[in-house]
Design a protein around this ligand. Structure first.
Ligand code: OSB
Ligand code: MG
Length: 374
């Protein structure tokens, strides 16, 4: 395919409530949307999940905008024949910047699927009409506030809850939630917040309070600390930030550093890479699931299409629109369905369209890239 025009939009949407993790607090989401248009005016959309500040990983809105506007989009509109696979190969010559690259790859997938009048889920090899999901709960001002917050998510219908933890906000909140909800499927995520020396303590409280999965307790490069925690544990150690490509997954599998893999297309450079990593993990007996980055409906639609692949075995961090935003930028917004599931859109491409009014309201800047020769 040929890309005639690319838009790089920056949006800012307020979150319904602050989202606090071991690395900081987000009150609003600032992010980029890539819109790619073919010769017939058909458009594909991708979301760049890099946040305002480089706290989760080294990318930020600023580095991604620079990467997209200086390198990725100018070369894309100059290329005569591109597509998700061709772009993935050519983008490899640039080091790093997986979130910037993924946003273009995702927009190309959406456009590719629309050109074929198929859903993105179908084009990726998806097999599920509904995807099991859970909810990720940020650090709260107090333990009673956390218990109430979890209670409201359970009333909404979520059946798997992931609590953000950090040193000083771990055993007490986990114990309180466990006591109030004995049967709850409980995960925790520390976003690299602990030193390796904290391993034995984490093991004690996670075992005692029936935590099913402990996500990324230690720094991304501390694979061996994760191995020690996983050895003999009843819970699964899950890796998120540590796994950025095939070699890092290979090393983690060799070291038995994980029994669960969080796949985020942004972190690993795209949808195709995400599917491949999940496949590789499954061959090693490690289940994968699709994570989230507080995406708007555009990024969430991509995550949902990916999660419809049979290779994903655990419930994703893909919640309903209202869990993140009072007003989402897609039509229709995502709503939680029966048994803690989201329906995979069946329309062409990502199956949702930008909600024009909301999109314009939250749009902060736009840059357009055009093909020069006719
Ligand atoms: O580590 O999974 C994470 C949000 C921002 C950055 C990192 C993470 C998260 C989440 C939110 O846990 C998941 C979601 O989008 O629902
Ligand atoms: Mg995580």
């Amino acid at each position: 395919m040929e890309i005639r025009r690319a838009w790089l939009d920056e949006l800012e949407i307020p979150l319904v409530e602050p989202f606090e993790t071991s690395f900081g607090t987000e009150r609003k989401r600032r992010f980029l949307i890539v819109r790619l248009e073919d010769r017939n005016g058909e458009a594909g959309f991708g979301e760049c999940v890099a946040a305002d500040a480089p706290l989760y990983s080294s990318e930020s809105v600023t580095t991604a905008r620079w990467m997209l506007s200086r390198y990725l989009l100018p070369s894309l509109v100059r290329t005569v024949d591109t597509g998700p696979a061709k772009f993935r190969t050519s983008a490899q010559s640039f080091r790093g910047h997986p979130m910037a690259k993924a946003s273009v790859e995702m927009a190309l997938w959406d456009l590719h699927a629309k050109q074929r009048h198929r859903s993105l889920a179908h084009e990726l090899g998806g097999v599920r009409a509904r995807v099991a999901v859970g909810v990720s709960v940020g650090i709260q001002p107090s333990i009673p506030a956390l218990v109430r917050r979890v209670g409201r998510f359970l009333e909404d219908g979520y059946r798997r809850v992931k609590l953000k933890v950090r040193p000083g906000w771990d055993e007490a909140p986990v114990r309180a939630v466990r006591r109030e909800y004995p049967g709850l499927r409980l995960w925790v995520d520390a976003n690299q917040g602990y030193r390796p020396a904290a391993g034995p303590a984490i093991r004690r409280w996670a075992t005692r309070w029936g935590v099913e999965q402990v996500e990324q307790p230690f720094a991304d490069r501390e694979l061996r600390a994760h191995t020690r925690l996983q050895r003999g544990a009843r819970f699964r150690v899950c890796l998120d930030e540590s796994i950025v490509d095939a070699p890092s997954l290979e090393e983690a599998l060799t070291l038995r550093a994980l029994r669960s893999l969080n796949v985020k297309p942004g972190r690993v450079g795209g949808l195709a890479a995400g599917g491949e990593l999940a496949q590789r993990a499954r061959r090693a007996g490690v289940p994968a699931w699709v994570g989230g980055m507080l995406e708007s409906g555009i990024g969430r639609a991509h995550n949902l299409a990916l999660a419809s692949l049979g290779v994903f075995a655990l419930p994703g961090d893909i919640s309903a629109s209202r869990r993140y935003y009072r007003e989402d930028i897609v039509d229709p917004p995502f709503e939680l369905g029966p048994r803690s599931t989201l329906a995979v859109p069946r329309g062409p491409g990502i199956g949702v369209v930008p909600a024009e009014r909301a999109y314009r309201k939250f749009l902060r800047r736009r840059r357009v890239f055009r093909r020069k020769t006719p």
